[in-house]
Design a protein around this ligand. Structure first.
Ligand code: SF4
Length: 360
């Protein structure tokens, strides 16, 4: 890992980041005759005028060329894969996770706001460190991690950098994952498809007005989930259950019905909110709130519903049980796998039903 770029007395994050760029992938940009560029890396599809930046504030039009973040991380850690969360991917293993700065949303309850809002909020911001894709893959090798993930900020807006790392990771036999808000476009999903195995989508609400408060559009996320499944990504969904924001039973039912219409076997993690960032007076989600949401999800047909962020207080809702016969195949508490009886081919040893996932 190289030295920090933060220099006492002359640190200006935006200026530093503007030095750490590459050209956008040609499939993610369209030049206009007037020198503007259209960006396709996320669902905002910004028309970026000369010398301006997109809504994410990290993709810039420099003399008619879309420059995009490249060559640094703002966060790098080796975490349990259950923390991402993926419950149907290589259970009990570690995943090297990297993130950059910036986001195309501005969620008031963001739990990664120090990095995601670094270019919007003067209270946010963190050091960045230069790094190469080879160094990240080497860290995965050193820690015995079979996978790498782009997370902490919104990976779609920094897709070229993730792709550079994933090319190295794939060559080293690693799985590659996106931890994303799902505000994608068909163009960026086609760009990612050869490189990304697993895609986690944060379905934040089923109310478009609420999505717009966060800076998004519900239809974009719904369309992304459909497209990911059609294109053959491994997909898990997460919903952070936020009291007064998305915990209305009717809204949970609508989310569940939509997800079941896409694939009732797709894992859905419903997790507890804790007061954070601009929503520090909103009450924490209780175990009872989560259990009620889980029952609704199951009643709508979802087979692999997981409740999270309150380890040990959620009965067997942290475990994986075969949807054919109910046999418990993986027992968990929080991010810890206590027992793993899942065969490498995902076939239930009792009834032979195949549990979908990437098990080896
Ligand atoms: S990544 Fe999204 S927000 Fe950023 S410039 Fe491209 S379309 Fe706009």
């Amino acid at each position: 890992m190289t030295q920090s770029l933060k220099q006492a007395g002359n640190y200006r994050l935006r200026d530093v980041l503007r030095q750490m760029t590459a050209d956008a992938d040609p499939s993610l940009v369209e030049r206009q005759e007037d020198g503007s560029v259209r960006c396709f890396a996320c669902g905002h599809r910004c028309l970026v005028r000369p010398s301006r930046e997109g809504i994410c504030r990290v993709r810039l039009n420099c003399d008619g060329t879309l420059k995009v973040p490249y060559g640094y991380v703002a966060g790098l850690a080796c975490d349990p894969i259950e923390k991402k969360p993926f419950n149907h991917v290589l259970p009990g293993t570690d995943i090297v996770t990297f993130g950059m700065l910036g986001c195309d949303f501005h969620c008031g309850y963001c739990q990664n706001w120090v990095t995601s809002q670094a270019l919007r909020d003067p209270e946010a911001g963190t050091r960045v460190q230069e790094v190469t894709p080879e160094q990240i893959v080497e860290i995965a090798r050193r820690y015995g991690a079979p996978a790498v993930a782009s997370s902490y900020n919104e990976p779609l807006i920094t897709s070229e950098w993730a792709a550079a790392i994933f090319r190295e990771a794939r060559a080293a036999g690693l799985r590659c994952c996106y931890i994303s808000n799902g505000n994608a476009t068909p163009e960026v999903l086609r760009f990612l498809r050869p490189l990304v195995d697993c895609y986690k989508v944060d379905l934040k609400s089923f109310n478009d007005k609420h999505y717009r408060e966060l800076g998004g559009v519900l239809d974009n996320v719904v369309e992304t989930i459909r497209n990911l499944k059609q294109m053959g990504f491994w997909v898990e969904i997460v919903t952070l259950l936020v009291p007064t924001f998305n915990n209305d039973p009717d809204e949970i039912r609508q989310m569940a019905a939509f997800l079941a219409s896409v694939d009732p076997l797709m894992p859905w993690h419903i997790t507890a909110f804790h007061s954070d960032y601009k929503m520090d007076s909103t009450p924490n989600t209780t175990a009872e709130d989560l259990l009620a949401a889980g029952e609704i999800a199951r009643a709508e047909g979802m087979k692999y519903v997981y409740l999270g962020n309150l380890p040990g207080r959620l009965g067997n809702w942290e475990d994986t049980s075969c949807h054919g016969c109910g046999k418990c195949l993986i027992r968990r508490r929080g991010f810890v796998v206590i027992e793993n009886l899942m065969p490498a081919d995902g076939r239930c040893p009792d009834c032979g039903t195949v549990v979908p996932g990437i098990w080896s």
